[in-house]
Write a protein that binds this ligand. Structure first.
Ligand SMILES: Nc1ncnc2c1ncn2[C@@H]1O[C@H](COP(=O)(O)OP(=O)(O)OP(=O)(O)O)[C@@H](O)[C@H]1O
Length: 327
């Protein structure tokens, strides 16, 4: 089901949470809303869900105007970061609850409910845990139950607000791969909110970068990453060093687009190594420039650093940089 958001504005008192936001999500896409805290991502999700009504603008789902429709009329499933499962209900009952709410318990025969719930639990790979209670599950497993419950109503749109935010890195990775697969398997249109640019770039078809209630930039992950339109997007999608700055322009470079060497080359900058930090296979080198004030951070495979030590005078070369006009 496509989502069409046209010129949405939303204020809370005097504060503008969304300002003239227009966004189209074609049927079947998985879109990530990315941006700093308070930039309006959750508010937009709530407007799509019908939990919040916009002050201006319209929301269409599958071509139908639902701007004033309540959440129950929209065929949407939600998963939130701290999605509370019912503690006193088993995993099976939690998922079945979604079915009862949507259809009215009386209308679905028990055997049908059972079949549907077990199908959903198999989908989230938790059929073995049907009789367990939430307290007996890990955080990642609980989020999967929450997802099964959201899917029970057979939503055509799935909205996820930092669904894996509270989980540790390994579990997050596993769940994000799995979410991408699930999204494709059951042909959903999904919008998810995240702070994590790696997560957004890894699984989304399209990234929408928010800044102060407005869309700063949107596009496929590679295009937004390779062609950031503004320094804000550039900085939000990864670490940035300031290479040069004039009154009119600022030139930024990413740590992995810099190399460090004991030999000077044409265009290289003189610097002194202040810190070397090894993170798994990668070396993170911090240098203080000796031509101008400022520091640079360089990321390189650890093996490329032979002979480079803290205190050493080195030369830094930028291989790819991006210059932005100053506002
Ligand atoms: N019901 C409300 N009443 C007043 N202000 C609100 C309300 N809901 C949201 N806001 C404000 O609107 C702004 C945008 O909030 P929103 O939750 O959409 O941001 P976000 O980008 O999702 O942030 P986060 O990543 O921290 O969740 C925030 O400054 C928030 O304080």
């Amino acid at each position: 089901m496509s989502i069409d958001i046209q010129h949405i504005s939303k204020r809370f008192g005097t504060f503008t949470a969304l300002s003239d936001v227009t966004l189209q999500v074609p049927d079947g896409q998985l879109v990530a809303l990315l941006g700093p805290s308070g930039s309006g991502k959750t508010t937009l999700l709530r407007v799509i869900a019908g939990l919040e009504f916009p002050d201006a603008g319209r929301v269409h789902l599958a071509g139908q105007d639902v701007t004033h429709a309540g959440p129950g009329e929209r065929g949407i499933g939600f998963v939130f970061q701290h999605y509370a499962l019912f503690k006193h209900m088993s995993v099976f009952e939690n998922v079945a609850f979604g079915l009862h709410v949507k259809r009215g318990a009386a209308r679905l025969p028990k055997a049908v409910v059972r079949e549907k719930v077990m199908h959903l639990l198999r989908l989230v790979q938790l059929d073995w845990a049907a009789t367990r209670y939430p307290a007996q599950l890990s955080g990642g497993q609980r989020q999967r139950v929450a997802l099964a419950r959201a899917l029970a109503v057979e939503p055509r749109v799935l909205l996820l607000d930092e669904p894996f935010g509270a989980l540790d890195a390994a579990v997050r990775q596993e769940l994000r791969d799995w979410l991408r697969q699930l999204h494709d398997e059951i042909h959903l249109t999904s919008v998810f909110v995240t702070h994590d640019q790696a997560e957004a770039m890894e699984i989304a078809d399209r990234i929408v970068v928010f800044n102060q209630g407005r869309i700063e930039q949107e596009g496929p992950p590679e295009s937004v990453y390779d062609h950031p339109a503004t320094p804000f997007t550039y900085r939000f999608l990864g670490k940035a060093n300031v290479l040069r700055e004039t009154e009119r322009e600022q030139t930024l470079v990413r740590p992995h687009d810099l190399t460090v060497s004991t030999q000077g080359r044409e265009g290289s900058l003189p610097a002194q190594v202040t810190r070397i930090h090894i993170v798994g296979p990668e070396a993170r080198v911090e240098v203080r420039r000796t031509d101008l004030p400022g520091t640079l951070e360089i990321h390189a495979p650890k093996g490329h650093l032979q002979g480079i030590e803290v205190g050493q005078r080195v030369h830094v070369t930028a291989h790819w940089e991006k210059t932005f006009p100053k506002p």
